[in-house]
Design a protein around this ligand. Structure first.
Ligand SMILES: Cc1ncc(COP(=O)(O)O)c(C=O)c1O
Length: 393
């Protein structure tokens, strides 16, 4: 395979089980937006549900439709802002939506597909993006939902800006959220108060409330950018390629655009046929290791669109040798967190950036999931008829 993202669905399932246990009695909502952070949304959703996620969340209405089309049932929340057509799609997918203005509540309540729609009201306690900062407006919005006979008031939510690197500010946000959420819950006994992302679910126990919304940790990446094993999490994704060509470089010879690597001593260079169009960011040029033959081989020269070059040293492995860019080989391991550190970014961006050109292969502890079964979906959700409608939450 030229380039392959291998995703262990059993790892996602186990990670979700770890998160569900840690969060209990709060429910687990697994965030599968952005194609499951690059892992494949449908496979991730199935694994999450098998691991104990009661809820799923996405960012866009189309993502909700895609899950329902793959027969994913169960409660589903579209967390992002919705245009008029986005609202239609979200409601067609029987997904819950987020509101923070009364006008939007009226649009849901009068929508042809609005019957039974679940609504979560969002208070902006410090993220500064979606939601209202005005507690009175949040209260009026929730009251409008509760008063609309066609709608269900399901949740009261907020989102943390700094749960990973400044828990103090996250606690301030929580303190702003709680009086309103608690007051609302006093009159709506089954209301779900939810605020925590992965970092908060793991690091701020009092923020777990009635539900946690975990994305990054479900995929076995550490929201704090360190070793996920310290939370009992294991990475689910490996990025692999192979050594398509080897050639000997004499001192003074170079590889790649711009001649950014010039051999100081005789060495063997391997060419791997994937590049920045596959998600190997160009900023990793001369600053990354690839596992070949169980050892770290430095990525040398510039990353090109379709190829990278690695320094294999004085004794090259055979052509066609397997190369692991993210994942383990022998006793060596490269985590997405390592790429993130080198690129001064977060691991989220690493797996989301693995492009559609890279096929995803889903396996369960090494046994490849049959393609047909993956495409058809396990029909373990409630009955579907039009390929879109799943369970309302
Ligand atoms: C509103 C909201 N909740 C929860 C999450 C999940 O965050 P994380 O992946 O850090 O767990 C996200 C992701 O960005 C989000 O936007």
């Amino acid at each position: 395979m030229r380039a392959l993202a291998r995703v262990d669905v059993a790892a996602i399932e186990r990670n979700c089980a770890v998160l569900a246990r840690a969060a209990a009695p709060a429910q687990l909502c697994t965030v599968v937006k952005a194609d499951g952070y690059g892992h494949g949304a449908v496979a991730a959703a199935r694994a999450a549900q098998a691991g104990g996620a009661r809820w799923l969340a996405v960012a866009t209405a189309q993502e909700a439709l895609d899950l329902r089309a793959a027969a994913i049932g169960g409660p589903l929340l579209v967390m992002g802002a919705l245009t008029a057509s986005g609202l239609t799609d979200a409601l067609r997918a029987r997904a819950d939506v987020v509101a923070w203005r009364e006008g939007f509540v009226a649009a849901i309540a009068t929508h042809p597909y609005g019957e039974g729609a679940g609504v979560h009201v969002k208070l902006d306690t410090g993220m500064g993006r979606l939601g209202t900062r005005d507690v009175a407006e949040a209260a009026r919005t929730a009251a409008a939902v509760a008063a609309a006979p066609r709608l269900r008031l399901v949740g009261a939510m907020t989102h943390f800006a700094t749960a990973d690197d400044d828990p103090g500010f996250a606690r301030e946000q929580l303190a702003r959220f709680m009086p309103w959420a608690d007051e609302l819950r006093a009159t709506h006994g089954d209301l779900l108060r939810h605020a925590a992302n992965s970092a908060a679910a793991l690091g701020i126990p009092e923020s777990r409330l009635d539900m946690v919304r975990c994305g990054i940790a479900a995929y076995g990446m550490d929201p704090f950018g360190e070793d996920p094993a310290r939370h009992g999490l294991a990475p689910a994704l490996e990025l692999r390629s192979y050594v398509a060509e080897v050639k000997r470089l004499a001192p003074g010879e170079s590889v790649g655009y711009g001649r950014r690597f010039v051999a100081a001593a005789p060495t063997w260079i391997g060419t791997l046929p994937l590049g920045y169009a596959d998600g190997v960011r160009r900023a990793l040029s001369n600053d990354c290791d690839v596992l070949v033959g169980g050892r770290r081989a430095p990525l040398v020269g510039n990353v090109s669109m379709d190829n990278i070059t690695v320094d294999l040293g004085p004794e090259p492995p055979p052509r066609d040798a397997e190369a692991v860019l993210i994942g383990a080989q022998g006793d060596e391991r490269v985590l997405a967190e390592e790429w993130a550190r080198r690129l001064a970014t977060i691991p989220y961006e690493i797996t989301c950036a693995i492009s559609a050109r890279v096929p995803r292969e889903h396996h369960r502890d090494g046994v490849v999931e049959p393609l047909a079964a993956a495409a058809a979906g396990r029909r373990d959700g409630p009955g579907e008829d039009d390929g879109v409608a799943g369970a309302a939450s």
